[in-house]
Ligand binder design. Structure first.
Ligand SMILES: C[S@@+](CC[C@H](N)C(=O)[O-])C[C@H]1O[C@@H](n2cnc3c(N)ncnc32)[C@H](O)[C@@H]1O
Length: 286
């Protein structure tokens, strides 16, 4: 009789309990159904996120309460000077911070922007690493990647490229990137440990990660959980502790919360006020 050693990937990382289960036919069938349902759930969430961001790229997305792009970017901590140095069409931040501002980037470094959107952070990073360095932006929404590539072409930049791919399957070699940045993206990932593990894989030893992202604080009303925009997002969003545990579960060390603030877009809604928080985290590969 074959035995099954279960192992689960959860927010705390990969867990392998000290039990084995007789691998009967019925058990295998149940396991197959669970795995297939989990996969379908992930794919469904991914399709919805892609659809929403394709609309945003086309300028038709509903981002309730967002002021004009420059004002919004400034509210996240981008300076006027920074915004003037990037292609005009790249100033379409849909982030929740300014991760590049937190970083010390050196000329010649290779930077990966996870969920790059229109490429604002990638363009800022490209200036800092200079012609000897390189920035690779990755996004799973084809329309966002197209827009970012058009922006790079218009600006005549050669040290930057944008690729269409999910973070969970990065088109990059192991140990090939010095720094990974991300702005308001991992919160959308269904399996955060898996996504962070993939980032860990492509970072060089001692490589750095610097991210701004949204986490939840406290409980939400039934009304919010059923809300068309926020309710769906809340099914994948995590509390700060769970989020940091996911980073740790992927193997990262020196995890530091560099700052946090309430997310301005949620503050206009009494149901969300104070409950959606933007955090800025740095971490390092071993
Ligand atoms: C809120 S927007 C932020 C865009 C950009 N970082 C910025 O600051 O403007 C989230 C972006 O992440 C992308 N995204 C979400 N989940 C992703 C995943 N699993 N893999 C790759 N891209 C993803 C979306 O397509 C979208 O462009």
């Amino acid at each position: 009789m074959a035995y099954y050693q279960p192992s689960f990937v959860c927010n705390a990382g990969e867990i392998t309990p000290e039990i084995t289960i007789p691998c009967t036919r019925k058990f295998k069938e149940v396991l197959f159904v669970i795995r297939r349902s989990m996969k379908k759930l992930c794919e469904k969430g991914g399709r919805r996120t892609r659809k929403r961001h394709a609309k945003i790229a086309a300028g038709t997305g509903s981002h309730a309460g967002r002021p004009d792009p420059v004002a919004y970017a400034k509210s996240l901590g981008y300076s006027e000077k920074e915004l003037k140095t990037v292609p005009v069409d790249a100033v379409m931040s849909h982030g929740c911070g300014n991760p590049v501002a937190l970083l010390e980037l050196r000329p010649g470094e290779i930077v990966l922007d996870l969920g790059c959107g229109g490429g604002l952070d990638a363009f800022l990073a490209a200036q800092r690493v200079g012609p000897a360095g390189r920035v690779i932006g990755v996004d799973m929404t084809r329309e966002m990647v197209k827009k970012a590539n058009e922006n790079a072409e218009k600006a005549g930049l050669e040290n930057i490229e944008f690729k269409h791919a999910p973070i969970e399957r990065l088109p990059l070699d192991n140990n090939s990137v010095d720094v990974a940045i991300s702005n308001c993206v991992m919160n959308h990932c269904f399996d955060k440990v898996r996504a962070f593990k993939e980032v860990y894989r492509v970072l060089k030893p001692r490589g750095r990660m610097c991210i701004s992202d949204l986490v939840t604080a406290g409980k939400f009303s039934e009304d919010v959980l059923k809300d068309k925009v926020w309710g769906e997002w809340l099914t994948v969003a995590q509390s700060k502790n769970d989020y940091l545990r996911a980073i740790e579960g992927a193997g990262f060390q020196e995890i530091t919360v560099e700052g946090e603030a309430t997310f301005p877009m949620a503050e206009n809604d009494d149901r969300l006020k104070g409950r959606i928080v933007s955090i800025h985290v740095t971490a390092r590969k071993q």
